[in-house]
Design a protein around this ligand. Structure first.
Ligand code: B12
Ligand code: SF4
Length: 503
């Protein structure tokens, strides 16, 4: 293969201030062009001033294409102003965005005038195909998973079939290691002090109507084989000292066969590991499989419990088979296997009346307390519902009818209010009243104090004891208002909620 003269710069905007992870998004994009184009990487998580690094590369004159990976939330704080600056200072550079924000909010990105092309979903074949057309001529319309503007019209090309991850090129860890030592992204977590972040499957086979994965993957899922995953993990363990593992798949446990095969392979390495799953899927796993997962080091699994209301679960299109009873009994079941269930809830969904919204919030709070009484080790993650544009879903239609609108300008996404919205912490949704948000936040504070997360490795056992004692009366009486004393303690001890960092 002949290496092209033109170079590509890939940028991972800052997503976190603590414990950066292996940037799988840009690594996988880099893999798709490695050997064909010279590429550079800038990781915003590892730079105090990424702009000067970007400017340095762009001033060399060989970079013609810049690729940003963009998810909603903090990444926008660098992605948006840097894209603007690149357009102003280096107008000849072609700007290509990918990632969940870019794919789901493509209009506002393209209308900014700073983004030329969006890779809509996986970029493994589309990105090199786009570069090929831009270098040698041809029609971008023929490229799958692409969105761009032709005059004033937005062209959205057809979706490609999901790629077979076992035949995709390996991630260029060694090359990335020449930009930044890989050890810097082997994070210290409750799983281990060098945690590998690994992404082993595309998509998800379900269609929950609040989920950003749905418009991109349209209920498709495809996973790498257990052997393929193990080979990579074993290499990262051997070559780079990785000693724990975090799966970044949307739904790692879709296939029991694959999960069990992987557990058998990884068991001798005795690494602690974590992944995301669905309750109804895993409730079908046999006891033997669950035992094996735990023996292999799987200590915690993240589940979207969402709500304890069966009608709301149905309206969310949670796949049909998840029920409140199942959420409770599965938490109890996992206790037997010593696997910690990490249950996330989406509170503040729209309803027909204000009273219904309020009643549901309080019902969910009671439901969460019931889960805790059955399995106190269950980790609870609370999110406020942030609409995702799942066109055609009943929920999104309801959201639009209630007067909700996304920002019309790209820059508006970095206003403080929208940033909190992205973090699923802000009620820009018209049906959610401030007193409702207070109730959720105050309950969350009391819950965090009474049951501090075991994934916060900085909190000492004595601190947890004090927090529990001080919050006891609030938790049991249900008086959550104004929990200033708890807020102060959590702040002083720098308590870190798992969802603030994404996990
Ligand atoms: C790792 C991760 C993080 C890391 C950031 C890692 C980093 N970049 O430095 C951390 C933990 C910091 C994080 C944070 C958040 N995250 Co996050 N995160 C993920 C996760 C689990 C994996 C991303 C990943 O590496 N995927 C693997 C790669 C290979 O897949 P990919 O990104 O889709 O990339 C492919 C294509 O999209 C495309 N592509 C992507 N980028 C680019 C760029 C170019 C140039 C091209 C050509 C193509 C391309 O090609 C790639 C290869 O096929 C995803 C879920 C997921 N499975 O993707 C959620 C996810 C992206 N996060 C999400 C969210 C909302 C957040 C938060 C903003 C909020 C939250 N509460 O979780 C927080 C921010 C917290 C904060 N710091 O304040 C959501 C986005 C949902 C949405 N509404 O769009 C996701 C989808 C999780 C979910 N299912 O809800 N996150
Ligand atoms: S199961 Fe999870 S990843 Fe899949 S569609 Fe539902 S919320 Fe999204």
């Amino acid at each position: 293969m002949i290496m092209k003269q033109t170079s590509v710069l890939l940028f991972n905007p800052r997503a976190t201030n603590y414990n950066p992870r292996i940037p799988n998004s840009i690594l996988q994009v880099a893999a798709s062009i490695d050997g064909q184009y010279k590429w550079y990487a800038v990781d915003g998580n590892l730079e105090s001033d990424p702009w000067s690094k970007i400017e340095h590369y762009l001033s060399q004159g060989d970079v013609r294409y810049v690729g940003f990976t963009v998810m909603p939330g903090p990444q926008l704080k660098q992605a948006i102003p840097y894209a603007k600056k690149i357009r102003e200072q280096f107008p000849g550079v072609v700007m290509i965005w990918g990632g969940y924000f870019a794919s789901n909010q493509y209009q506002v990105c393209l209308n900014s005038g700073w983004v030329d092309f969006i890779i809509n979903g996986p970029g493994d074949y589309s990105f090199p195909a786009l570069l090929q057309v831009l270098e040698n001529g041809g029609s971008p319309e023929a490229i799958r998973n692409l969105i761009f503007k032709k005059g004033e019209t937005i062209v959205k090309t057809a979706k490609a079939d999901l790629a077979d991850m076992d035949v995709l090129p390996p991630l260029p860890y060694e090359k990335w290691n020449t930009f930044y030592p890989l050890s810097r992204v082997l994070a210290k977590t409750f799983l281990g002090n060098k945690t590998i972040a690994y992404h082993s499957s595309f998509g998800c086979p379900f269609t929950c109507s609040f989920c950003a994965v749905v418009p991109i993957y349209e209920a498709r899922w495809k996973g790498r084989s257990a052997d393929g995953i193990f080979k990579d993990v074993e290499m990262l363990h051997r070559e780079f000292g990785g000693n724990a593992l975090e799966f970044h798949d949307n739904n790692f446990f879709v296939s029991e066969k694959r999960a069990v095969a992987f557990a058998r392979l990884i068991r001798p390495l005795q690494m602690r590991w974590w992944g995301e799953a669905r309750i109804d899927t895993m409730h079908k796993y046999s006891d033997e499989s669950l035992r094996l997962l735990r023996e292999s080091g799987c200590v915690m699994i993240f589940f979207g419990a969402e709500t304890g209301n069966d009608d709301v679960l149905k309206a969310m299109d949670k796949g049909g088979t998840q029920t409140a009873d199942q959420i409770l009994s599965f938490a109890e079941r996992l206790k037997r296997f010593d696997i910690i269930p990490e249950y996330s809830f989406v509170l503040g969904l729209p309803a027909k009346t204000e009273k219904e919204v309020w009643t549901q919030i309080n019902a969910d709070i009671r439901f969460i307390k019931k889960i805790k009484s059955l399995n106190a080790s269950t980790e609870i993650i609370l999110y406020l519902y942030s609409p995702v544009p799942v066109e055609g879903s009943e929920l999104f239609e309801q959201v639009k009818a209630a007067g909700f609108k996304f920002p019309q300008l790209l820059e508006d996404w970095i206003s403080p209010a929208w940033e909190r919205f992205d973090l699923r912490k802000n009620p820009l949704t018209p049906w959610l009243q401030p007193y409702m948000v207070d109730q959720i936040k105050n309950f969350e504070t009391v819950l965090n104090a009474y049951y501090p997360s075991s994934s916060d490795i900085r909190l000492k056992p004595w601190m947890k004891k004090v927090l529990r004692m001080v919050s006891y009366w609030r938790y049991h009486t249900g008086i959550y208002q104004y929990p200033w004393e708890l807020k102060l303690l959590l702040k002083v001890w720098k308590y870190r909620q798992p969802e603030k960092e994404g996990f």
